[in-house]
Design a binder for this molecule. Structure first.
Ligand code: COA
Length: 169
């Protein structure tokens, strides 16, 4: 079973891996310096996170009923606008879990959670045009491509178009 839970101080090492592994960082963010957080920075973000923040981190974990739940990735939201009732979300999985259906399950669960628990109207995602696996996954979950911002995403391979994808109630 797949669950999404609030991030905890015990997750520092796992998040450090997700944010600093070169391949995950490339697909998740284009691998620019701002997203390569230190353990100390991750710890501070977790300690200071409040339920009312405009930005929050969550851990995706799976359990089989026999062993302890184990973490497979994270989902986040940022730019929570309480008036427009909108957020931008992001997600990444540890590499060994890519392509096994976990991302689809997690995105559906996270989207349901956000629409219901935060009474949202709009959820936005964005990535660069070359991230076809992510774009395919988002569309499979009911997200619709809204537009393309030309050359608005910088990656370690150079500028790419930023694809804006959204879902609404
Ligand atoms: C993006 C990500 C969250 C998706 O999760 P996942 O568990 O790998 O995805 P799933 O297995 O649920 O689904 C992947 C889908 O993409 C398809 N796919 C894989 N590679 C593809 C490609 N190059 N082009 C198009 N579709 C592709 C798969 O066939 C599958 O679709 P299907 O079920 O219709 O066959 C995960 O791969 C990841 O963490 N990637 C690195 C970080 C990242 O890119 N984050 C998103 C940027 S914000």
């Amino acid at each position: 079973m797949l669950n999404i839970r609030a991030v905890d101080i015990k997750d520092v090492d796992f998040i450090y891996y997700l944010r600093n592994d070169p391949e995950i960082a490339f697909w998740g963010s284009g691998k620019h310096g701002d997203t390569l957080l230190t353990r100390k920075e991750i710890e501070e973000i977790i300690i200071n996170q409040r339920s009312t923040d405009r930005r929050r981190w969550f851990i995706i974990e799976v359990e089989d009923g026999y062993t302890e739940p184990h973490s497979i990735g994270m989902v986040t939201f940022r730019d929570f606008d309480r008036v427009a009732r909108s957020v931008t979300i992001g997600m990444c999985l540890a590499k060994e879990y890519w392509g096994k259906g976990y991302g689809t399950q997690a995105l559906r669960k996270f989207t349901d959670f956000l629409f219901q628990s935060y009474n949202l109207h709009r959820i936005q995602l964005d990535t660069f045009k070359g991230n076809e696996r992510a774009i395919h996954t988002y569309k499979k979950c009911g997200f619709v491509q809204e537009g393309v911002l030309r050359q608005a995403f910088w990656t370690s391979n150079g500028y790419q178009d930023r694809v804006i994808i959204w879902a609404f109630v």
